[in-house]
Design a protein around this ligand. Structure first.
Ligand code: BES
Ligand code: MN
Ligand code: ZN
Length: 495
């Protein structure tokens, strides 16, 4: 789907479908009012008849309205004007685009930029429309022998009657496009089955991405990781026949001496649990255990497309977690790259083991901040559900920045504590510490484990176990938290 900005009177815009909003009080938005005037009151008449009451998310499609150049007019219910905020804007844009998509219209023009959303500028509104359109039109049919039929809607205009906000709308559309493309990459990688999306596949995809977007890339092999003494990471791959990889991607948007932001993504391409094997139910969903890695690749793609004036390093430690004769056993003790020893009491707590060494590796970049992204704990889903990701940080400013970026992109996070009091749960009788901390506060103790490898820099951890994919009828990767991370980087680049 393509997007552009268009500045024209809604009644004169020659397009297959023009969409405009109506509030629950039957108050017309500016665009709906202009359409109504051109149509000699036909829209107000419809409202009076009770056929459209402006309830949020409802739509009415009208054909060949007199005086209007577009073939179709789509009225979109905006709900109560006083309650119209971020969520309402996004829901209405989605509802409008979904309704257009059901028609045969090839192009559509949305007059949503004029709707007032407290605290949000025109660029934000454009981004939201583009992201909503990309989301509803996303299909994953690469593994089907018969491809899904293309929907006819191919072109969406982010429209306004005046050119007043032209620059902001154009910028927001461009940003939305870049974020959407990053999300699509992340979703595709997440949705691919684990027999296709192996560590080697993730590394090859990284190399292609680097070539396309002029990033520097390096792929470490098992022997390189052995040289670096990544004993924690390597303990996870031991039961697998797939070779592990460690990808280093570098985007240089600022001066050579500018310290980079480092993103680290968990890339377990399949998590059986290892010897501490998982039960069979829903085990297929453990192909999504590389969604952190996928979000790093998607975010780098977005950052490069936007040409952010910032240096960014992406680290992707990737392997499978399998049982087998050579697999790590509960009770095994390994030495991490940091020199700290870890007693592996549960081989299913493997994400933290690969992240530990990647976080140590991150030190060499003298980062301004490190953010790791991981489908780390089932406990995070128990705590926060599927609405927001868990956020942990060793620095309040960084946590606040990420929280704000999450709110703005509607890819939200909620902070959980990293207090010293929780650290004792990781106590081991045999090694420096254990890789699990018991049933209580499972997401917190996982983050506490990571914190032992991040003492040298500002660090945040995002637990995306509940947000990276959906289960049930709509099973599939969401592309989160690419919007959050890209927004965070955009703000850092401006600062
Ligand atoms: N990848 C899982 C976490 C997960 C589980 C994410 C289900 C989404 C849905 C992770 O590797 C894991 O297995 N974590 C364990 C940790 C436990 C052994 C301390 C968990 O959450 O059960
Ligand atoms: Mn696991
Ligand atoms: Zn896992």
């Amino acid at each position: 789907m393509e997007f552009n900005t268009k500045f024209a009177a809604p009644e004169k815009h020659q397009v297959a479908c023009v969409a405009a909003g109506v509030f629950e009080s039957r108050k017309l938005s500016g665009a709906a009012d202009a359409l109504d005037k051109a149509a000699h009151g036909q829209i107000r008449e419809l409202l009076r008849s009770g056929d459209m009451d402006g309830k949020i998310g409802t739509t009415r499609l009208l054909y060949r309205v007199r005086g209007v150049a577009a073939e179709r007019v789509l009225l979109v219910g905006l709900g109560r004007e006083k309650e119209f905020g971020d969520k309402e804007y996004r829901d209405c844009a989605r509802a409008a685009l979904a309704a257009v998509q059901e028609t045969g219209a090839r192009d559509a023009s949305l007059y949503f930029a004029e709707l007032q959303v407290p605290g949000r500028d025109a660029a934000w509104k454009a981004r939201q429309v583009v992201l909503a359109a990309a989301d509803i039109s996303y299909r994953f049919d690469r593994m089907k022998s018969k491809k899904a039929e293309e929907t006819s809607l191919a072109h969406v205009s982010i429209s306004a009657a005046s050119k007043r906000d032209a620059a902001d709308l154009e910028r927001g559309t461009r940003e939305g496009n870049a974020i959407a493309a990053g999300m699509t990459l992340a979703r595709d990688l997440g949705n691919l089955p684990a027999n296709v999306c192996t560590p080697t596949y993730l590394a090859d995809t990284s190399v292609k991405l680097a070539r396309e977007w002029k990033l520097a890339v390096e792929v470490l092999e098992q022997k390189d990781m052995e040289k670096l003494q990544m004993g924690s990471l390597l303990s996870v791959t031991k039961g697998s026949h797939e070779p592990p990889k460690f990808v280093i991607l570098r985007y240089a948007g600022a001066g050579r001496k500018d310290r980079p932001v480092v993103l680290v993504g968990k890339g377990i391409t399949f998590d059986t649990g290892g010897i501490s094997i998982k039960p069979a139910a829903d085990l297929d969903q453990m192909k999504f255990d590389m969604c952190g890695a996928a979000s790093v690749l998607g975010t780098l793609r977005a950052a490069a497309e936007l040409g952010l004036k910032l240096n960014i390093v992406g680290l992707v430690p990737t392997c499978e977690n399998m049982p087998g004769g050579a697999a790590t056993k509960p009770g095994d003790i390994v030495t991490s790259m940091s020199g700290q020893t870890v007693e592996i009491l549960n081989t299913d707590a493997e994400g933290r083991l690969i992240l530990a060494d990647a976080l140590s590796y991150a030190e060499r970049f003298e980062p301004q901040a490190v953010v790791d992204i991981a489908t780390l704990t089932g406990a995070c889903i128990v705590a926060l559900g599927h609405v927001c990701s868990g956020l942990f940080a060793n620095k309040d400013d960084l946590a606040d920045e990420l929280q704000a970026a999450g709110a703005e992109s509607r890819d939200r996070v909620w902070r959980l504590p990293l207090w010293e009091d929780y650290q004792e749960q990781l106590k081991s009788n045999f090694a420096d510490f254990a890789n699990i901390g018991g049933r209580a506060a499972g997401s917190v103790t996982a983050a506490c484990f990571l914190s032992r490898f991040t003492r040298k820099y500002d660090w945040a951890h995002l637990d995306i176990a509940g947000t990276a994919w959906k289960s049930g009828k709509e099973k599939g990767a969401t592309g989160r938290p690419v919007p959050l991370l890209t927004t965070f980087l955009m703000k850092r680049a401006e600062a």
